[in-house]
Design a protein around this ligand. Structure first.
Ligand code: DOR
Ligand code: ZN
Length: 352
C-alpha cells in the first residue's frame, strides 16, 4: 500500500531519547505534552544549576513525577534521568548513578556549546578519564553534544570538525564506551555513525528531518527555527532522512524539544531550541511519509532506542490518524507563552 492510502497507523508506544523538560512552572507546562505521546524519555540535565550528582537527579525525577500528577488522564510515563558531565565528575559518582537504577546516561556538553553549558567539559580526554572509564565499565551510555566550541570554526562546520577532533580520539581511547551522538545534523555525522565500529548510535530531531537552513531565513529571521546544532544545507537534511528511514537500528528518535519562553526566542540574542514535544509524532510521521517510509517509523520511534539502551520495548500503542491538524500559534508557559515548531502550519497527521 502506498503511504498516501494509509489513514491510520498504530505503533508500539514510542520513546523520546533526548528531551528538555526544564523545571518549576516550565516543567508543569510541558511535561504533559511528552507524556501523552511517549512512554519514556531521556531527560536532559542542563538545568541551572546543572544536574551533576545522583542525588540531584533523583530529586529532579521526583519533581517530574510531582508535575505529572498535576495532570489527569495521562498514560504512564517514566522519566529516564541523566547526569551532566563536568571536568570534576568522579568515577564514584558514575557508579552511584548507575546503581541508583534511575540514571540511564551521562551527557557531555562541551563548555559553551549551547544553553546552560557553562559548567560543561573543557578537555574531555584530559580531564574526564576516571568518569569515562567508569562509564565504559558499567555500560552506561555517554550522550554527546557533538560540536566543537572553537570560535575559529564556522558554526555550520562545528559538528563535522567535532568528529575528527573529539569523537574519533574518544572512541579510540574507550572502544567499549557506548556513545549516542545526539541530534546529528550532517551527512558527516550520519555516515560516521553508520560506518563506525563499536557501540554507537545517534538521535535525530524532527526539525533536522523536515527543514534545512533556509527555514531560519524565510522572508526574515525566524527565531523559532533556531536550535543547536543549527539546521544545515539540504544535502545534510536528505542524508539524515535517509539514515532515519533506512531501518538501521543505530538511528532513533530524540526530539531535543527545548522550550524557551516566546520573549527569549523573539529577542536580540534569541535562545537556541525548537519546541516540538506538543506534536512530535505528527512531525516525525510527516517526515517519514514524505520519504515514502511510514513502514519504518515504528523501528525508529519505538524499537531502536530501547535496544541500544538495553531496555524492554513498550507494550502499549500509539495511533496516528490521517487528519488535518493546525499547529497552534502558541501554548501557555507559566505566565508567558511558548511557540511550537512550525506554529500555524498544517500537518496531515494527528496522534490519538
Ligand atoms: O537548541 C538547543 N537547545 N540545543 C541544545 O543543545 C540545548 C537546548 C536547550 O537546552 O535549550
Ligand atoms: Zn538537547
Amino acid at each position: 500500500m502506498s503511504d498516501q492510502n494509509i489513514t491510520e497507523l498504530t505503533i508500539t508506544r514510542p520513546d523520546d531519547w533526548h528531551l528538555h523538560l526544564r523545571d518549576g512552572v516550565a516543567l508543569q507546562a510541558v511535561v504533559g505534552h511528552t507524556a501523552r505521546q511517549f512512554a519514556r524519555a531521556i531527560i536532559m540535565p542542563n538545568l541551572r544549576p546543572p544536574v551533576t550528582t545522583t542525588e540531584q537527579a533523583l530529586a529532579y525525577r521526583q519533581r517530574i513525577e510531582d508535575a505529572l500528577r498535576q495532570h489527569d488522564d495521562l498514560p504512564l510515563f517514566t522519566p529516564l534521568m541523566t547526569l551532566y558531565l563536568t571536568d570534576n565528575t568522579s568515577a564514584d559518582e558514575i557508579v552511584r548513578a548507575h546503581e541508583s537504577g534511575q540514571v540511564y546516561a551521562v551527557k557531555l556538553y562541551p563548555a559553551g556549546a549551547t544553553t546552560n553549558s557553562d559548567a560543561g567539559v573543557t578537555d574531555l580526554l584530559g580531564k574526564c578519564g576516571p568518569a569515562l572509564q567508569a562509564l565504559e565499565r558499567c555500560g552506561m551510555p555517554l550522550l554527546v553534544h557533538g560540536e566543537v566550541t572553537d570560535p575559529e570554526i564556522d558554526v555550520f562546520d562545528r559538528e563535522a570538525v567535532f568528529i575528527d577532533r573529539v569523537m574519533r580520539p574518544l572512541r579510540q581511547a574507550y572502544p567499549g564506551l557506548k556513545v549516542v551522538f545526539e541530534h546529528i545534523t550532517t551527512k558527516d555525522g550520519a555516515e560516521y555513525v553508520r560506518d563506525a565500529e563499536g557501540p554507537i548510535a545517534a538521535t535525530i530531531t524532527p526539525q533536522h528531518l523536515l527543514y534545512n537552513r533556509n527555514a531560519i531565513f524565510q522572508g526574515g529571521v525566524r527565531p523559532h527555527w533556531y536550535c543547536l546544532p543549527i539546521l544545515k544545507r539540504e544535502i545534510h537534511r536528505q542524508a539524515l532522512l535517509d539514515a532515519a528511514t533506512s531501518g538501521n537500528s543505530r538511528f532513533f528518535l530524540g526530539t531535543d524539544s527545548a522550550p524557551h519562553a516566546r520573549g527569549l526566542k523573539e529577542h536580540a540574542c534569541g535562545c537556541a531550541g525548537c519546541y516540538s514535544a506538543l506534536h512530535a509524532m505528527e512531525l516525525y510521521a510527516t517526515a517519514f511519509e514524505r520519504a515514502g517510509r511510514l513502514d519504518r517509523l515504528e523501528g525508529f520511534a519505538s524499537f531502536h532506542g530501547a535496544a541500544f539502551y538495553g531496555l524492554p520495548r513498550n507494550t502499549d500503542t500509539l495511533t496516528l490518524r490521517r487528519e488535518s491538524y493546525t499547529i497552534p500559534a502558541d501554548v501557555p508557559f507559566g505566565d508567558t507563552s511558548l511557540v511550537p515548531l512550525a506554529a500555524g502550519e498544517s500537518l496531515d497527521w494527528r496522534a490519538e
